[in-house]
Design a protein around this ligand. Structure first.
Ligand code: SF4
Length: 373
């Protein structure tokens, strides 16, 4: 019986030429993520899904490891077509190994024998047709780290754009100049998971902080719409000074970048810390506002974080979008993307008219109905 690694080895394509470089000792440098692995013949990179065979870097292609239509608020994007459905696909594997990962079945499929997630064959045409059939407004690469499967995402995004859909990454942000240049022409939205502001913490998770900070700066310069999320884990990244430095960094890139601080719940291998409380989220949000951020949100504990689920105008403070969890309760941004009271422009990607759902429980197509081949 073939192993998961065998199944994935049969579903590959050559890496994009701009994401590889031949280097000394017959190795190939991969630039799809900040590890920039020098991969020798017969070996794979840290992510385990990109490997060299017969002098070619093979990369994941032709399958999805997870597929679902979600509210865009779940990604979370709060300043991009609120209420829209985001057709979300993932592949398998990750370049980090976070012990608290909430998508471990797909992200750690090749490292953890308990993470069983067989690939489903798919084509870009079929995925985009499915997204349209289900009424999605956005196609998002998520669930595992999309940077390490950028070639496949770009193939799908080209079709999605041609069909009038927006595109996005939900990513750990461990990027390189080359991979950001590669995806830039095809991507509208980018969520970065900024896990900490301490390089020692990033090293525990298998990465470094510098490529993540670089990615945030570069995406903003490239005019990609960026939102940032930090899962607040008691005892790991909730130190007030660390949160102050983290939010000051975001504000230094732009005070208009939305920051989502979300609640940890015991998951995967990290079961020691207590769950995050609403008070902890509200305290972190206060630090962010003091740092100069204009749009700060608290997530994962609906109805218990006061105003921190809603969008308020940064100028006149009128409430523009009311939310409960992933549901939109009201929407008042104008067709020009401005505040209806003071007419100031609200940063984000807004439709000419609200085309999402206002409902206490949004319609979500079930995965069983998805057809992808
Ligand atoms: S995607 Fe990252 S981890 Fe994987 S081979 Fe390339 S540089 Fe290494």
């Amino acid at each position: 019986m073939p192993t998961l690694a065998d199944l994935l080895e049969a579903r590959t394509a050559p890496a994009a030429p701009t994401l590889v470089e031949r280097i000394e000792r017959n190795r190939i440098r991969c630039y799809a993520c900040g590890h920039e692995c020098p991969v020798p013949e017969g070996a794979s990179g840290v992510c385990k899904v990109r490997f060299v065979h017969d002098g070619v870097l093979h990369v994941p292609w032709g399958y999805v490891g997870g597929l679902q239509c979600d509210p865009i608020e779940k990604k979370p994007f709060f300043h991009a077509h609120p209420g829209a459905l985001a057709y979300s696909f993932g592949m398998l594997g990750c370049d980090l190994h976070c012990s608290y990962c909430q998508n471990w079945v797909t992200s750690q499929a090749l490292r953890d024998p308990q993470a069983v997630s067989p690939p489903i064959e798919a084509t870009p045409d079929a995925l985009v047709a499915d997204a349209r059939r289900l009424g999605a407004r956005v196609v998002v690469s998520t669930y595992n780290e999309p940077l390490i499967t950028s070639e496949w995402a770009v193939a799908i995004f080209k079709q999605a754009r041609d069909a009038g859909l927006m595109t996005g990454f939900v990513s750990n942000g461990n990027g390189t100049e080359r991979v950001l240049q590669f995806v830039r022409p095809h991507i509208d939205l980018y969520k970065v998971d900024l896990k900490s502001f301490d390089d020692r913490h990033y090293r525990q998770l298998g990465g470094r902080i510098e490529p993540i900070l670089f990615t945030i700066r570069r995406l903003h310069e490239m005019n990609v719409w960026v939102e940032i999320v930090t899962l607040l884990i008691p005892g790991f990244n909730d130190d007030r000074d660390e949160l102050r430095r983290l939010t000051e960094f975001i504000a230094s890139v732009s005070p208009d970048i939305p920051w989502h601080v979300t609640a940890f719940h015991k998951d995967y291998r990290m079961s020691d810390p207590e769950n995050t409380t609403p008070e902890m989220l509200m305290s972190a949000a206060e630090i962010a506002r003091d740092a100069g951020l204009r749009y700060v949100y608290a997530g994962n504990i609906p109805g218990r974080v006061g105003e921190l689920e809603n969008t308020r105008c940064h100028n006149c403070r009128v409430t523009l979008i009311e939310r409960y969890g992933f549901s939109i309760r009201s929407y008042k941004i104008t067709a020009a993307g401005t505040c209806p009271e003071c007419r100031v422009a609200i940063p984000g990607r807004w439709g000419k008219q609200f085309d999402g759902q206002i409902a206490s429980s949004p319609f979500l197509p079930g995965t069983r109905r998805l057809r992808v081949v």
